[in-house]
Design a protein around this ligand. Structure first.
Ligand code: S3P
Length: 435
């Protein structure tokens, strides 16, 4: 469990050692949902045992899926409901997780019972209209009951849906996946057209489970033919590149560093953080690449004295959307300007990540400009420690702890127990790499 307040100071010797980051969050949610519907039992290895993904697994147990403990908490046997899930006995707690709530809404909308999903204050202020709109076009009956219009709790009266062709107004893998999951339970062909490539874990898992899904050559149009009958199949979840990103940046900016991160997911719709850090001059090498539906490998990163600023390209934004706070930290240590625009989606994450990143960078003395759709960082000046808030956002907490490893004096992050939503064992890894 992460502490609520974490203080770090300069890692004078750099970061050293080898760690294995926990399982991928996006993939874990999807494995729980698809496995829970499936026919038969499957071994799940390296599931992310973070609060977000445990909440999704608990929700699936409410639908009748069975989880039998394995040799460690992240390895277990999941027995599905043979496409006959039962109505949940209680309201479903999605905690802090937009992915959990939005993806499960796609499923619940198409099942023959009522359900209600709620979340914490951060999740209860995030927009749900983006999934309610397409799902309603399919015939779903979803009411956003939150104090803030269009927000959770969601009351869902499940019913038989109609297939649609839906053009996504924003590049969102969550919205894409909510529609595809609903489509998978609906008779006929449901298609989504996305404005840019977004993470394709749902499509890859459809393939893993033998669900009929077609993807256009340009990767922008995805269709699923329902209703499907899913057969359980063992799976190993690769390490989360979004968790690895903190160490990629920390080692790149901290003199003397040389670390290896094992079994990190290298899905090409998720690896732009590596592309962009390399373009900034980072010394990153990849070895032992394998592919079990999702590619993964070992990443070695060493300190580079000569990081330089860059322009993050529009098409790279969805690919590294969750890594932008920590990329902005790297930019503060790079010579020159880094420009991150076309990233307005950051304003509706666990916090308004443009505002919170800018605020905390300024608190440490960095020169930053804020735009409605992003930020630009004028890097290269030394940073000083500060006392900062996480703003209910795990990635803000971890990003600014990485900055603190290179700042003068002490850096303290308040309210950062939320790190447990995505990275159990973060403090142990911090200690292991810096001692
Ligand atoms: C996710 C998609 C992204 C990402 C989130 C996980 C997913 O959100 O930020 O952390 O698993 O589909 P959007 O779909 O809102 O861009």
């Amino acid at each position: 469990m992460s502490s609520d307040t974490i203080t770090v100071s300069r890692a004078a010797q750099g970061l050293h050692g080898t760690i294995t980051v926990p399982g991928d969050k996006s993939i874990s949610h999807r494995v729980a949902i698809l496995g829970a519907l499936s026919r038969g039992s499957m071994k799940v290895r390296n599931y992310l045992c973070s609060e977000d993904c445990i909440n999704t697994l608990r929700a699936m147990q409410q639908l009748g899926a069975q989880v039998e403990a394995g040799d460690c908490p992240q390895n277990f046997t999941l027995t599905g409901t043979a496409m006959q899930p039962q109505a949940p006995a209680h309201d479903i707690d999605c905690g802090n997780s937009g992915t959990g709530m939005r993806l499960m809404a796609g499923v619940m909308a198409a099942l023959p019972f009522s359900s209600r999903m709620y979340g914490d204050p951060s999740l209860s202020s995030r927009p749900m209209g983006r999934i309610i709109t397409p799902l309603s076009q399919m015939g779903a009956r979803i009411t956003a009951c939150g104090e803030k219009p269009g927000c959770a709790p969601l009351q869902i009266e499940g019913t038989t849906l109609q297939p649609i062709d839906y053009e996504l107004p924003m590049a969102s893998a969550q919205v894409k996946s909510a529609v595809l999951l609903a489509g998978m339970l609906t008779k006929g062909r449901t298609s989504v057209q996305q404005p840019a490539i977004t993470r394709d874990h749902t499509e890859r898992l459809f393939e893993h489970f033998g669900i009929p899904c077609t993807v256009s050559k340009d990767g922008l149009n995805i269709s699923v033919e329902g209703p499907v009958d899913i057969t359980a199949k063992d799976i190993t979840v690769p390490g989360d590149i979004s968790s690895a990103a903190f160490w990629l940046v920390a080692a790149s900016i901290t003199p003397g560093s040389d670390i290896t991160l094992r079994h990190v997911g290298l899905n090409p719709t998720r690896d732009a953080i590596i592309t962009v850090l390399r373009r900034m001059g980072a010394n990153i090498s990849i070895a032992n690449v394998s592919n079990e539906g999702e590619p993964y490998g070992d990443i070695t990163v060493k300190y580079t004295a000569a990081l330089k600023g860059t322009v993050v390209l529009k098409h790279e934004i969805p690919n590294l959307i969750d890594e932008i706070p920590v990329l902005a930290v790297a930019a503060a240590f790079a010579q020159g300007t880094t420009s991150i625009r076309n990233a307005g989606e950051l304003r509706v994450k666990e916090s308004d990540r443009i505002a919170t990143t800018v605020h905390n960078l300024r608190a440490m003395g960095a020169s930053v400009e804020e735009f409605s759709d992003g930020l630009s960082i004028n890097g290269g000046a030394p940073l000083h420690g500060a006392v900062m808030d996480s703003y209910h956002d795990h990635r803000i907490a971890m990003s600014f702890l990485m900055a603190g490893l290179n700042a003068d004096g002490e850096t303290t992050l308040l309210n950062c127990a939320n790190i447990n939503t995505s990275y159990p064992g973060f403090e142990e890894h911090l200690h292991a790499l810096t001692h």
